[in-house]
Design a protein around this ligand. Structure first.
Ligand SMILES: Nc1ncnc2c1ncn2[C@@H]1O[C@H](COP(=O)(O)OP(=O)(O)OP(=O)(O)O)[C@@H](O)[C@H]1O
Length: 314
């Protein structure tokens, strides 16, 4: 991984009575943006709360920014910002007053806290609304206010627990872009969770997948999205046109199956695998059928595939 880990766990385990929320988790998190993904109940929030010293593990060890969690939780909270999953905003207070308060709690003087609050609220995209009580905010505005308070004390690392929860697709994309900027422009390491496996693909440098409290896989995002050697083709029209193309390509020796509006083609046999040969064949077949090509591109793996493959690649 190169740089020293931002977070490092060894055999980390948490049981709530009979519920095994985390089991023997050994993983390193580096700088940049790391996605922590898994279904609801996979153990994501439990891991974050242990790392913040909010709950104690049943077993194992962990370090955050080089500090042991059991010996230095105060120091860790000074260096780390936390955006909790659930609503934690006082409804009668404005985002501006709230973030100033959080900045003051971290030790900044009044003027510095106001300046810092104005900066982070601008970065998260809360403008005039920041002077209104947060009880009247939309979900998207509340998520931005929660994010701003996590950044108020200029942390080196932030934990963002389900920042896209409850957002519509456009607001979700805005939030994901913001998460990416925190990692790249502000240079703050980010651990961001989602129960939607695919959504962090675009913004994460690295992805950790938890399943039932166990580590399923921890890899650079590029490894999840590697090219499979196959191709994806889409033509103008409906399923009828898609299936006509698939059948014609199958007659020419390609192994095809429908995937949504597209035809997915397995990695071609050796005689068609030479650079460009399969592409030319697909273009010719589409032209012979009078079908307009909309898309012809390499097929890539997806985060979801890790559940089909199973097994840990750590
Ligand atoms: N305080 C608690 N007492 C008992 N069980 C708990 C407690 N907190 C969490 N759990 C259980 O531990 C498991 C992991 O929960 P956790 O909240 O860490 O998962 P998660 O991946 O963050 O999911 P979600 O996104 O739904 O919060 C779940 O089965 C949950 O019901």
């Amino acid at each position: 991984m190169g740089a020293p880990p931002v977070i490092s766990t060894a055999g980390l385990t948490k049981h709530y009575g009979n519920v095994h929320a985390l089991t023997d988790l050994t993983v390193d998190v580096g700088p940049g943006v790391t996605g922590l993904v898994g279904a609801n109940g996979a153990g994501k929030s439990t891991l974050i709360k242990i790392l913040l010293g909010l709950i104690e593990p049943t077993g194992g060890r962990a370090q955050v920014l080089g500090h042991d969690i059991d010996a230095a939780s105060q120091e860790i909270r000074r260096l780390v910002g936390y955006m909790p999953e659930h609503d934690c905003l006082p409804p009668d207070v404005s985002a501006s007053d709230f973030v100033v308060h959080m900045a003051r709690m971290s030790g900044l003087g009044h003027a510095a806290a106001r300046e810092r609050a104005a900066d982070v609220l601008r970065h998260v995209g809360l403008d005039e609304e920041r002077y209104r009580p947060m009880g009247g905010y939309s979900t998207g505005m509340k998520q931005r206010a929660k994010l701003a308070q996590a950044l108020a004390h200029d942390p080196r690392l932030v934990f963002l627990d389900e920042p896209t929860n409850g957002l519509d697709p456009a607001a979700r994309n805005d939030m994901l872009r913001l998460v990416g900027r925190i990692g790249s422009e502000f240079g703050i390491a980010v651990l961001v969770t989602s129960h939607l496996l695919g959504e962090l693909e675009q913004v994460s440098d690295h992805v950790i997948v938890l399943d039932g409290g166990r580590l399923l896989r921890s890899s650079a995002t590029g490894d999840f999205l590697r090219r499979t050697g196959g191709l994806l083709v889409e033509v103008v029209g409906t399923e009828t046109e898609r299936d006509r193309l698939g059948e014609a390509l199958a007659q020419r020796g390609l192994v095809c199956r429908p995937r949504g509006t597209m035809v997915a083609i397995d990695p071609p046999a050796p005689e068609l695998a030479t650079e460009g040969v399969a592409h030319d064949l697909i273009r010719d077949v589409a032209a012979d059928l009078g079908l307009g090509l909309m898309r012809l591109e390499p097929d890539r793996g997806h985060l979801e595939d890790v559940f089909l493959e199973g097994g840990a690649h750590v």
